[in-house]
Design a protein around this ligand. Structure first.
Ligand code: TXA
Ligand code: MG
Length: 350
């Protein structure tokens, strides 16, 4: 059973020392980052990394990201990269919610990269995470700290829900994650390509790099046949234990469609939950409604998506209907991607 370290109040480096020791001993520690909580192990220890897969029930073909606390750590784990592109990305976005994929050096165990020749690397913008990595003196391999297939944890409570009984030494509570969705992944082993959308958007990358591509599977969600290049993106993901439906469209049409669907499921004796925006939530007073945020604040909505899903699970809901606006910009790509996956692409466009 995991021990919980409270790093939220009175944070002091000393309280992380036992956790860093655990990492060095090949044990597992859950820790906060600015995106979501991570489930960490020594990135150079094959056995320790295997434990992460076991604990999460993670498919073996889904590689992990190495988390680093200093730029120099890149030299140990990656090779053959374009120094100028890396410099630009680091200067603009690190520490932060951006993972870069580079060719790996042989010191990185195949277990971490699921046999791929490339490795994902990220420097998180969270003091606790950075301190833990620095104390452990090695890159920490970490996926999100949820059971495989569940919504990623954005609070220590979520990690506790999924993993308290597992073979995890510590869960470090650092409060709520600022971003709330997993990092943007950019593959740099070829022409720079976004494999997973996140808070660092296409526009932001385009502005500094000049040229950036997006993995086709992210744009053509209607053609589910396209296989994503980030292995993890092909799994049903980010989903609560309850079926999710998304209604996408302009305000009037979508509100009326949500109401119609809610009515239909109510008549079927289903308990309906609605995930709504502040601005439109008054329309759904007859139902259990959670507010994801303002329709004008993608940031706020990103922060609340996964925790809303986990809240609905506690509310004895049979079906979740999410309203989603007709925002076609790249800025909303990350949120839309997670929402649509949670709904298994069960989407009404109105
Ligand atoms: O924000 C984040 O990235 C969080 C926090 C904990 O840092 N981590 C996270 O890890 O989301 P995870 O394991 O849940 O997602 C990692 C994703 C998977 O989709 C995986 O397939 C992809 O990164 N990935 C890792 N290494 C890769 C590689 N070499 N090539 C392509 N995709 C890779
Ligand atoms: Mg994950």
């Amino acid at each position: 059973m995991a021990v919980i370290i409270n790093a939220k109040d009175n944070y002091d480096l000393d309280i992380l020392k036992p956790a860093a020791q655990s990492i060095q001993n090949g044990r597992i520690v859950a820790f906060p980052t600015e995106t979501v909580y991570g489930l960490g192990a020594d990135g150079f220890n094959e056995k320790a990394v295997s434990k992460i897969f076991e604990i999460k029930g993670r498919p073996q073909d889904n590689p992990l990201i190495l988390h680093i606390s200093s730029i120099e750590m890149i030299y140990d784990i990656a090779m053959d990269y374009d120094k100028e592109i890396i410099r630009i990305l680091i200067e603009n976005f690190w520490p932060g919610p951006l993972t870069i994929i580079l060719r790996k050096k042989s010191i990185v165990p195949d277990k971490v990269t699921a046999g791929l020749k490339s490795v994902g690397i990220r420097m998180p913008a969270n003091k606790i995470a950075l301190d833990l990595i620095a104390l452990a003196q090695r890159p920490i391999a970490a996926p999100s700290a949820n059971l495989s297939g569940r919504p990623s944890p954005t609070k220590a409570e979520h990690v506790i829900e999924d993993l308290i009984d597992k073979d995890v030494d510590y869960i470090i509570d650092g409060g709520s994650c600022n971003v709330g969705l997993e990092s943007t992944i950019v593959d740099l082993t070829n022409k720079p390509t976004i494999l997973r959308p996140g808070a660092i958007t296409y526009e932001m990358l385009k502005e500094v790099l000049g040229e950036i591509y997006i993995d086709e599977s992210l744009l053509n969600y209607k053609q589910k046949i396209l296989i994503p290049k980030a292995p993890g993106m092909k799994y049903k993901h980010y989903a609560p234990n309850i079926p999710v439906i998304v209604v996408k469209g302009k305000v009037k049409k979508r509100v009326s469609k949500v109401k119609q669907l809610a009515e239909y499921y109510k008549n079927e004796n289903k308990r309906v939950g609605i995930l709504s925006f502040y601005e439109t939530s008054f329309n759904f007073k007859d139902y259990k409604t959670l507010i994801i945020g303002s329709v004008f604040s993608i940031e706020e909505c990103m922060k609340n998506l996964f925790s809303s899903f986990r809240l609905f699970e506690k509310m004895d809901i049979d079906i979740i209907i999410c309203e989603w606006n007709n925002n076609n910009g790249f800025e909303a790509l990350a949120l839309e991607n997670r929402l649509f996956k949670a709904a298994s692409y069960n989407i009404y466009e109105v």
